[in-house]
Design a protein. Structure first.
Length: 374
């Protein structure tokens, strides 16, 4: 067991936790959460650990990543302790603790720093892009101020830091999760069964579907296509599809400009899902349709808007390439699209985006340990 740290509660508030110290341990939140099980007692257990400052237990928790932030628990908490927000804050804390540079800590805690960092990164990426087109008029002007090699190498260093941070974060999390021996009543699964369960969850979001199913839930009568699980599914698979299409486009080059080419078809379908999912998510947060959407931090807004802009500018470029529109504006849109897309990839290790690889890893160990076996 780790040492107790009473100052940890105020630290967590910087990551977005509210008055969780008001919690009187009634267990309502755990009872109402559709994802808790006998051997996955959250959020109540994690709230106790947060109050005591048991950081090691929190960072070694698989249960932390089982939560889909549906907000059911916050709706029913008699003390307004915000257990749903608390879980999201813990995940921000965990992401910043696994990541080795300390950058995530700074940008999660300070909005001005986050904006400054994002703007600086945009400028650097813009410069870097011009190194890929050294004959461009703007590039030639740029190189009179900063030499080509300096800009190019800076870009490569930034990409390398991101790659190393992702690998480091995954390795750190794996070490912590494997050290945490959770006793279960079910039998353990082998690697393939656990992997199959993770892939199944990513493909179907079956666990997420079990959230928000009470009779009085806002989503109860709504069609599946607008429910939070499908919005999440659309954003996730839209982004993955676009990444794959971009890699294929890059490898195939010329044939990819034809609209019927498989990578273009994949890109179009994935882009539609991405724009659809992000539009709904932004709309829900603007209207604060349920408690889960009532508090949105700047980092979450920027993440959603970046994804949305990447999708919309992608369609703009698709139309202009298909119909051979040649206008200065298209070059500007291309620059914005490329910078935003690269920022998303670079912020992968340093933002909420990191949950895309931490959640599957935690789920893998959860299933492998036999937890979640019905
Ligand atoms: S967070 Fe609220 S619902 Fe959960 S145990 Fe504490 S007081 Fe009860
Ligand atoms: S936010 Fe939803 S999934 Fe997360 S602990 Fe609360 S009820 Fe469970």
């Amino acid at each position: 067991m780790s040492r107790i740290d009473p100052g940890f509660a105020s630290e967590l508030k910087k990551y977005g936790a509210r008055d969780f110290s008001a919690c009187f341990n009634c267990g309502n939140c755990t009872a109402v959460c559709g994802l808790t099980e006998k051997d996955a007692n959250f959020p109540r257990m994690l709230i106790r650990q947060g109050m005591l400052g048991q950081k090691e237990e929190i960072l070694a928790s698989r249960e932390l990543w089982l939560c889909y932030a549906c907000g059911d628990c916050s709706e029913t908490c008699p003390r307004q302790a915000g257990p749903g927000d608390y879980m999201a804050a813990l995940r921000r804390y965990a992401i910043s603790s696994y990541e080795p540079t300390g950058l995530t800590k700074l940008i999660f805690k300070s909005n001005p720093l986050f904006i400054l960092f994002t703007l600086l990164l945009s400028v650097l990426l813009g410069f870097f892009l011009f190194t890929l087109k050294p004959d461009h008029e703007v590039a030639r002007w740029l190189f009179t101020i900063l030499p080509y090699d300096v800009i190019h190498n800076m870009g490569l260093v930034i990409f390398s830091i991101t790659g190393i941070s992702v690998i480091w974060g995954l390795a750190t999390m794996t070490l912590r999760l494997t050290r945490n021996k959770v006793k279960t009543e079910g039998s353990k699964n082998n690697i393939w069964k656990a992997l199959t369960e993770v892939v199944n969850e990513m493909a179907t979001m079956n666990r997420y579907k079990t959230c928000d199913i009470e009779e009085d839930s806002y989503w109860k009568e709504k069609p599946a296509a607008v429910q939070p699980w499908f919005v999440h599914w659309s954003i996730m698979w839209g982004f993955i599809g676009l990444l794959v299409a971009t890699v294929l486009d890059f490898m195939l080059k010329d044939p990819a400009t034809a609209i019927w080419w498989p990578s273009r078809i994949l890109g179009t379908i994935a882009g539609l899902f991405l724009v659809y999912g992000t539009s709904l998510a932004i709309n829900y947060r603007m209207k604060k349709v349920t408690k889960a959407y009532s508090e949105t931090r700047l980092a979450d807004w920027m993440f959603l808007w970046f994804l949305w802009i990447a999708g919309i500018t992608g369609f703009w470029l698709e139309v202009s390439v298909t119909f051979s529109f040649d206008h200065l504006l298209n070059h500007l849109v291309l620059l914005v699209h490329t910078i935003i897309s690269m920022e998303l990839v670079l912020l992968f290790a340093f933002s909420k985006f990191a949950h895309a690889f931490y959640r599957p890893l935690a789920l893998f160990f959860y299933f492998k340990n036999g937890q979640g076996n019905k």
